[in-house]
Design a protein around this ligand. Structure first.
Ligand code: PHE
Length: 448
């Protein structure tokens, strides 16, 4: 069994895959719009603090546990705390992560489907099929189910190809494209009239908005969501890392890429909003608050692109292409969680397992689409705001309290004989044991 396990072939391959998982709609859609409505740079600072002081240590817990066990989350937690009660609880935590990952994918695929739809619509406008484009841009059950299915099939297609041939190969192709189109688009938008107002809002902090307790819990959820934590995604990616790699720096690169792309996306999305306003598109509600986050991407930006004529159509194409890629490198990492668990616990072939699980998740998405009004928001809140931080808390408890410190050290020593005297070892074990759980509990307590 162990010999059949997939592995990332190179260091850069892992970084691309894990950064691909982390960088997604959360960075390019969620972060900039939250920053726009919550005090600009002030929110940015809260986010950076949470990313480096909480999310990075929690990410390290998942990567180290995963690499040590070379197994899925349930098995890995059982292995590091083998006494019966903690092993059973560990198995349960892994399973809960698997369910949450699947539920996240079920709403994520709907939103990602819209991105594909708006991209296709731009393409259709270019070749003169305005009616079809309009259909793709208008909210309907048929459109939502159709586009979600297209996106799920793409995700399934990559995951059937395995860790090296699927996840690693595709991340290595898609991530450079994502970075290039993001930088190109940002530079372009910054030249347009109105962009400087957006920069001003982004870079001048308004602390009165960024420190409310409600906001901090949102930022906590956002940080866990952004780094794909708590659901076993990073643990399973960690389990595919070879023993020769230096984990603390790999985790550092992943965190840094994730944060940089979010910050960069802020330089695109906030200026674009104000360019839109400059062109006469409404971006504020009557009482001066920002229009809601979903409205921003699906009405404000398309309206902006429309004011720019055929250049706008090209820009729209590039923008939604970028969003679709970002979503795809994340969705594959969500699907990998239930697929890896099932493949490792049965004798079934990977491709069959992937299709069956993909179709089940597609059916959950369809249920959400059919009950969109109440179910969509509910699934997002339950999974990202509460489940991810709470499960992340459990991973910290396993790494910090239930795992033998010496075994942990041996894991880090595999490629770094001096791990014991490293800065990482001096700080991280106690940090993940005490500080991370306290921060998570503290934020939860405050939000109640
Ligand atoms: N990190 C991804 C994003 O920012 C979302 C994600 C969450 C991916 C959980 C995998 C697991 O969009």
């Amino acid at each position: 069994m162990a010999a059949a396990r997939g592995q990332f072939n190179s260091r850069i391959g892992f970084i691309m895959a894990a950064a691909g998982s982390a960088v997604g709609l959360g960075n390019i859609w969620g972060f900039p719009t939250q920053a726009a409505s919550n005090g600009g740079a002030a929110f940015l600072i809260v986010y950076l603090i949470l990313a480096f002081c909480l999310a990075y240590p929690a990410l390290m817990a998942e990567l180290i546990i995963g690499r040590h066990a070379h197994a899925n989350a349930s098995k890995a937690l059982e292995q590091i705390a083998p006494n019966r009660p903690t092993a059973m609880l560990g198995h349960g935590v892994g399973l809960a992560g698997l369910i949450v990952a699947s539920l996240i994918l079920s709403f994520y695929a709907i939103v990602a489907g819209w991105m594909i739809g708006f991209g296709l619509a731009a393409l259709l406008k270019l070749v003169g099929f305005g009616d079809a484009a309009l259909w793709l841009e208008s909210f309907s059950t048929a459109r939502n189910i159709g586009l979600m299915s297209v996106f799920m099939v793409l995700t399934i297609g990559i995951i059937t190809q395995g860790v090296h041939g699927g996840i690693e190969r595709w991340s290595e192709r898609l991530m450079p494209m994502l970075l290039l189109s993001l930088v190109g688009l940002t530079l372009y938008v910054l030249t347009l009239p109105g962009a400087t107002e957006g920069l001003r809002v982004y870079l001048l902090p308004d602390f009165s908005k960024a420190v409310s307790p409600d906001l901090v819990i949102k930022a906590l959820g956002a940080a866990f969501f952004s780094l794909s934590l708590g659901v076993g995604t990073m643990l399973i990616y960690g389990s595919y890392i070879s023993d020769d790699e230096h984990l603390p720096s790999l985790g550092g690169w992943v965190t840094l890429s994730d944060v940089s792309i979010a910050v960069l996306a802020g330089f695109l999305v906030l200026p674009a909003m104000y360019v839109a306003q400059h062109n006469g598109v409404a971006i504020f509600t009557d009482n001066g608050a920002l229009l809601s986050e979903d409205t921003l991407i699906f009405t404000v930006l398309p309206a902006l692109f429309d004011t720019m004529g055929s250049t706008g159509t090209l820009v729209a194409l590039a923008f939604f292409f970028l969003m679709s890629i970002a979503a795809l490198t994340s969705s594959i990492s969500m699907l990998e969680v239930p697929v890896a668990y099932t493949v490792e616990n049965t004798e079934l072939a990977r491709s069959k397992v992937t299709w069956v699980i993909g179709i089940v998740i597609g059916a959950i998405s369809t249920t959400i689409i059919l009950n969109f009004d109440w179910l969509f928001g509910l699934v997002i809140t339950v999974t990202t705001r509460y489940s991810q931080p709470l499960l992340g808390f459990m991973f910290c408890i396993y790494a910090g309290w239930l795992w033998h410190r010496n075994t942990l050290l041996q894991e880090l020593k595999k490629n770094d004989p001096n791990a014991e005297s490293s800065v990482f070892w001096k700080i991280w074990p106690n940090y993940v044991r005490i500080v991370c759980p306290l921060i998570i509990l503290g934020i939860f307590y405050q939000s109640l």
